[in-house]
Design a protein around this ligand. Sequence first.
Ligand code: NAG
Ligand code: NAG
Ligand code: NAG
Ligand code: NAG
Ligand code: NAG
Length: 520
Amino acid sequence: MTSRWCVCATLLLLACQVSAVARDGRAHANLARRPSVPKVSAPEGPVTSRNGSTIPPYTTVYYFDQLIDHTNPSLGTFQQRFWHTWEYYEPGGPIILFTPGEVNADGYSGYLNNRTLNGLIADQQNGATVVLEHRFYGLSNPLPDLSSQSLRLHTIQQAIDDLEYFAKNVNLPMPGGDEVAPGKAPWILIGGSYSGALTSWTMVNKPGLFEAGYASSAVVEAITDYWGYFEPIRQFMPSNCSADVAAVITHIDSVFSSGDQAQIKEIEKTFNMTLSHLDDFAGALRNNLWDWQSLQPDSGAGAQFFDFCDALEVKDGVSAPASGWGLDHALSAWGAYWTNTYYALVCGDQSAEECLGTYDPTQSFWTNTTIDNSDRSWEWIVCNQVGFYQDGAPADQPTIVTRLVQPSYDERQCTYWFPEAFSTPPVPNVDAVNKDYDGWFVNIDHLFFANGQRDPWRESTVSADGTNFQSTASRPIAVGDGFHCSDLLTSNTVDSTIVRVQEEGLASMKAWLATWKPSA
Ligand SMILES: *[C@@H]1O[C@H](CO)[C@@H](O)[C@H](O)[C@H]1NC(C)=O
Ligand SMILES: *[C@@H]1O[C@H](CO)[C@@H](O)[C@H](O)[C@H]1NC(C)=O
Ligand SMILES: *[C@@H]1O[C@H](CO)[C@@H](O)[C@H](O)[C@H]1NC(C)=O
Ligand SMILES: *[C@@H]1O[C@H](CO)[C@@H](O)[C@H](O)[C@H]1NC(C)=O
Ligand SMILES: *[C@@H]1O[C@H](CO)[C@@H](O)[C@H](O)[C@H]1NC(C)=O
């Protein structure tokens, strides 16, 4: 088997990047958030290898001939993009493979160098790093569109098989790059968020292929009714803010469920917004909470999420006590913030119905099957396999999110995205995913889990509340005070608990690789 690689013109790269940003823009503001790794770019320009050679820039694009369908190799191959450097490599060192998962991978080359933990591991172990674009994202498409028919080849198992086929067949564009298949060199798989889960799932599904794995904020357990997304947010946001948000949501849910038109109009006036469906209205308020996902330890007080809490909690220069100001002030303050500041940030000049309405299946948002639309590709996995619907808590739990939004709200939308596949709202087959790849109950050697207390995705990781998975030397679980995938970024060393997680990860890699011996 041979692989092919070529260098893309810088100009073309820039063009790709600009359009990817536009397509990845928030097309629809009531769509559940994706479990995604932070975007980290690397410096441009030539790179210097260990022996002083000038080697290609991090942004150089390479192509691998990947199988279209691992269950039917006769269908041939497609070009899967990857990025690579041998900056830290010395013969005998590991190959460190990473996919950013459900995004166009352009702009993630920071996962090649020491802006990320990947680079620190490479530096320590004399390894070569690779960033591989996941099938059906960006420009790595087995088939030319994202129709339901094409997406049948988009499954977790096909993605796992891609990683195996890449490792076994790639000819890395570096000296000796055709002599580093697993067995000849140790391979390390790294991922964060969905790709962190993919790391765990791959280690379970392909035992022995990767000598070691590092899974950051790995959402290993697929969960349909994922109200737990908002639990770490509720627990760690300022308590005055959570108390007031809960009070507003309880009030809105009660008014919207009562059918009292005068009171409903009053709320619409407060937020200067009307929508034909009240669940869309109440669900839209999740946007202020979703902002939590982009927080990192070094996010300043100016971060959007804290701006929101300040708007609710600071009155005439005075902060509310821990119990908040109460419903009346919180409701009018949230409404004013939404009207004067926030709506434009989320919806630009779109109408509320265009931006936040989810009941018009003819919107191009649902029907456009052009490639490089990560929302659409991810929704296919959501609707079929993982769910992760971010909705209100059960009635016996406090909630900071409307209970009018339940999994059925998102399952209905699956029939708009993929009418050919779903004539009725589908329930994702999370049980099969959790059974096939062990979910929370993963117990595989040489797999390092790193989690953050304040991560909104923590409830689907092995550090979820109510679970008690023990950390062991061969399957460690390290938890810092970080947010989502905080340990992957070397910029987060402002937090000493994250430094500790990174150091433990590096020590595990060192110990595990020390015992590796070639088998081929
Ligand atoms: C469909 O999506 C592509 C890629 O994002 C975009 O270029 C095109 O304009 C869209 N078409 C419509 C009809 O919205
Ligand atoms: C560095 O190592 C590579 C691979 O062995 C070799 O091709 C290159 O000539 C070396 N460069 C220097 C400056 O020694
Ligand atoms: C990354 O590498 C550069 C260049 O070698 C070095 O100056 C910097 O200190 C390194 N950063 C980290 C976090 O190791
Ligand atoms: C209220 O919303 C309308 C659009 O529905 C907009 O034209 C108007 O400027 C908004 N009012 C304020 C005070 O922002
Ligand atoms: C109250 O809210 C302010 C503004 O967001 C925040 O700085 C402060 O920490 C909060 N205090 C408490 C006790 O929750």
